[in-house]
Ligand binder design. Structure first.
Ligand code: PMT
Length: 408
């Protein structure tokens, strides 16, 4: 047995889609590395990919017929597109061009690869590669966001000199990182005995039947945590404010509006939970009184709103924490670490994720996030900018470490 064949990829069927970018030549190295880890690799190429690397190269390396044409009678007779999709234990597209990402996000199936994309039911991993201005384009970002929300794993491209001689992000991720993400799809659930309660999204504090006070939380961070926890085998309960993000099918979801409703739902579920992860952006204040009817502007030139403090959910639950693990977030615009440490102490948290929400690229309503994970001691793990799903895994890793240190 070759070294590495006992790993997560041993005997796994990897269907590798190659699309037409300069990084396509690196797909050859990917085939070799996946095989070195014990995987069986079969390749499907788009027509443009064949301009960058010959199908014969991929066929010789993989040892399997390369899928090229939807309408080839011989190909469809020996192994059709549905058979290929069913064969795969994991579907990897590397490099994934902006064009492919756009089609995958919209569900367009106009060649063999995009048709397979709609037919696979296994985990999907994409490794995008393109010019840095294309990578930054809002259309590409939106399409990727759609795919990430559907549970697709994205291996973020690297930065550096690109084939077009420009500098910036967009270079196909390193082969080792792509293979690691593919192998990660088969990791045994390290959270399988753990019941995780995750809060997500904003709360809405009504002023009258049509108006409310709220914040910009989209729920993406909380739902990413739920997706990652489900994938790692945890039993997940989500309590969410009003958001549009889709929840993983395996998690139960309770929907709330106000901070008080969120507290009341958490109180019901907490006895059956091991971890509480408070990613929700809970409103600290609510209108002191809620008008029964819509407030009319009439002759009013000004309206003074009186707000009352909402209960602090974590502080309220602190006396009932028992042996549970509490993880909080600190959304900060300045003095991030200092404020986060203070909050962790006041709220009795085992871990706090300090989140800089002053920029446009991370924090609220974005697909990416960054921050620092702090424990009660001196640990400070810096999490650089990455997808919220990737960051969720980092947070769960840190939480699991503390959980084990507590003797669980
Ligand atoms: O939803 P997204 O668009 O993906 O954005 C993600 C996020 C920025 C909302 C998320 O990553 C985040 O930082 N969530 C916490 C936001 C927040 O409310 O931070 P805070 O510093 O105000 O509160 C500190 C902690 O106390 C939080 O865990 C919060 O859930 C909790 N809290 C806050 C107020 C309150 N009344 N009760 C609480 O328990």
């Amino acid at each position: 047995m070759k070294s590495g064949e006992t790993g997560q990829l041993a005997g796994k069927n990897v269907l590798l889609g190659v699309t037409g970018g300069i990084g396509a030549y690196k797909a050859a190295y990917l085939v070799r590395e996946l095989q070195r880890q014990g995987a069986v690799v079969s390749v499907v190429m788009t027509e443009s990919a064949t301009r960058f690397i010959a199908p014969l190269t991929m066929e010789t390396l993989s040892g399997h017929p390369v899928g090229l044409d939807m309408f080839s009678l011989t190909e469809e007779r020996t192994i059709g597109h549905i058979d290929r999709a069913g064969w795969a234990d994991v579907f990897l597209v590397a490099p994934a061009t902006a064009n492919y990402i756009g089609k995958a996000a919209c569900g367009i199936a106009d060649d063999l690869l995009t048709t397979i994309t709609l037919a696979v039911t296994c985990p999907v991993v994409l490794a995008p590669a393109m010019n840095s201005r294309m990578w930054a384009h809002p259309a590409v970002r939106k399409n990727l966001e759609t795919l990430v929300q559907r549970g697709v794993y994205v291996v973020w491209p690297g930065e550096g000199e690109l084939a077009c001689r420009e500098e910036g992000p967009g270079r196909l991720a390193e082969t080792g990182d792509i293979v690691k993400t593919v192998a990660g799809c088969f990791e045994a659930g390290d959270l399988s005995d753990i019941r995780v309660l995750i809060t997500a999204g904003p709360t809405r504090e009504p002023l009258d039947p049509v108006r409310f006070i709220s914040n910009r939380s989209s729920g993406r961070m909380g739902f990413a945590l739920a997706k990652a926890a489900v994938r790692r085998g945890a039993r997940v309960q989500i309590i969410s404010g009003p958001v549009e993000v889709a929840a993983p099918a395996e998690a139960s979801v309770r929907r709330v509006n106000t901070a008080r409703e969120m507290l009341s739902q958490i109180e019901q579920v907490l006895p059956d939970s091991d971890w509480l992860v408070m990613a929700a952006a809970v409103a600290d204040f609510a209108p002191s009184s809620v008008h029964k009817d819509k407030v009319k502007k009439g002759d009013m030139l000004e309206l003074t709103l009186t707000l009352a403090r909402n209960p602090d959910i974590l502080e309220t639950l602190k006396p009932f924490k028992g042996g549970r693990l509490f993880v909080g977030f600190a959304a900060e615009t300045r003095d991030m670490l200092e404020n986060a440490r203070k909050k962790a102490k006041e709220k009795g948290l085992d871990l706090i994720v300090a989140n800089d929400v002053s920029g446009q690229e991370t924090g609220f309503e974005t697909d990416e996030n960054s921050g620092v994970i702090l424990d009660q001691g001196d640990l400070a793990e810096e999490v650089p900018r990455m997808t919220k799903l990737q960051m969720a895994d980092r947070i769960l890793d840190a939480a699991l470490k503390v959980w084990k240190e507590k003797g669980n």
